[in-house]
Design a protein around this ligand. Structure first.
Ligand SMILES: [Zn+2]
Length: 187
């Protein structure tokens, strides 16, 4: 009698191994390198917007928008709806700024004009700037700022300084009258 061993086929188990690759995204620390040029404004969290650039009022993730006084932001957004109905788009060229960023702007102005005194006529120090507290916003382009000078008071928005047609603050009640823009101090 011949036994027949067999029939037990080998089964191959295929193990599927899922490898999860976890990438840690490090945010650059507050202190450190000062970036110049575009692309870095968001990461360093100081609210900077590169010169000659602007952002949308809806850019909620940008520190320049996110850290604005909510009443100011609501007023500007409401004004932007009015403006859009007239074919004018309001863009933000500067909003909230960190103290560090404001200081940097002052330092840059000091270097450019080779005079701290001249620089302070153009850029407020951090402790005086309404941008640092989130109570000021700069609007562009020129046509948009011009529109807001004429119609911003409907939402309480006024041009604060005579020589900064782009700089707006909540300075009156909606529908009220704006005070005369200040002649010398700058934002
Ligand atoms: Zn300003």
């Amino acid at each position: 009698m011949r036994g027949h061993a067999g029939g037990n086929g080998l089964r191959t188990a295929c193990a599927v191994v899922l490898v999860l690759v976890v990438t840690a995204c490090a945010t650059p620390p507050e202190a450190g390198t000062v970036h110049s040029g575009g692309g870095s404004s968001r990461a360093d969290g100081d609210g900077s917007i590169p010169e000659n650039e602007s952002i949308s009022l809806q850019d909620n993730d940008h520190p320049a928008i996110a850290n604005l006084d909510p009443a100011l932001l609501a007023a500007v957004r409401a004004a932007a709806v009015d403006a859009a109905a007239r074919g004018v788009e309001l863009k933000v060229t500067s909003g909230w700024r960190s103290k560090r960023y404001q200081q940097r702007l002052l330092d840059e102005a000091t270097a450019r004009y080779r005079s701290a005194e001249e620089a302070r006529k153009l850029v407020h120090p951090p402790e005086k700037s309404k941008h640092v507290t989130g109570h000021a916003i700069d609007i562009g382009p020129t046509a948009a700022a011009d529109w807001l000078i004429q119609h911003g008071a409907d939402h309480g928005l006024c041009q604060a300084f005579a020589n900064e047609m782009w700089h707006f603050e909540l300075l009156t009640t909606p529908g009220g009258q704006c005070p005369q823009p200040q002649g010398t101090a700058l934002g």
